[in-house]
Design a protein around this ligand. Sequence first.
Ligand SMILES: O=C(O)CCC(=O)C(=O)O
Length: 262
Amino acid sequence: MRYSNEEHDAYARIFERDGMVILKQHFRAETLAAWRQAFDGILAQKLHENTTAVRGANRHYITLPFAGVFADESVFCDPDVLAIVERVAGEDPVMCQLATDTPLRGSTYQDVHRDTPALFDNQPETPSFQLAVNFPLCDVTADNGPFETTLGTHRMNSEEALEAYRAGRIPLHSIPMQLGDVMIRDVRALHRGTPNHTDIPRPMVVIGYSRSWYFRPEVHIDVPRDVYQQLGARAKRLLRYMPQVDEAGAIQNGESYLKFAY
Ligand SMILES: O=C(O)CCC(=O)C(=O)O
């Protein structure tokens, strides 16, 4: 653990205010280099097969297999990340998603959107219930498609937030990231993907954590039984609602997470 309880509290306060927080230089470069190498093969295969979920021109959402370098509990059970996740989304969360967003050259600005609607109609001010933990598999610069987000819209009425954004009262902030940086965000905040102007793909991993009782039918992680057996208690607990499968390292044929913008 890199941070103290007080520092976790401080990060949680920033998250409450902004809807997001960034831990600088958190994951090891060697770990991420191994993820990148494995990801590049999957990206090539999925593009060839046309089995990504398309999130705009030349922008692909791909679920990662829960196996090999990707089944790494030093990443998805990171104690600092989980300490902040628990402060903002309650104890005993579940992990429900392990995937990537990758703009390629030719990608465009997405419409500003949130990834999920409010939990209850007309009651936008509920505490957080769905978080995305994002980390890139490369440096993210102004050139290769930095994530852009508003701050503080995670607990606003969706129409009011959009109206304020369109009227120029709420700005978008570009979020450049270095390899190793981790962003924890409430997926209700208004945000968008931007164009990658380079020839090198810009993969951003997304690990989804939900409040202990929240179920998202649009995503899941197939956990191979033999991989599950090797995991520690915390990892098993996080994955308690995920289906277990026989085939290790199976790559999903297609994506079921198709509606992504609200
Ligand atoms: O990859 C990105 O920078 C953002 C993608 C995004 O917001 C989405 O597809 O919902």
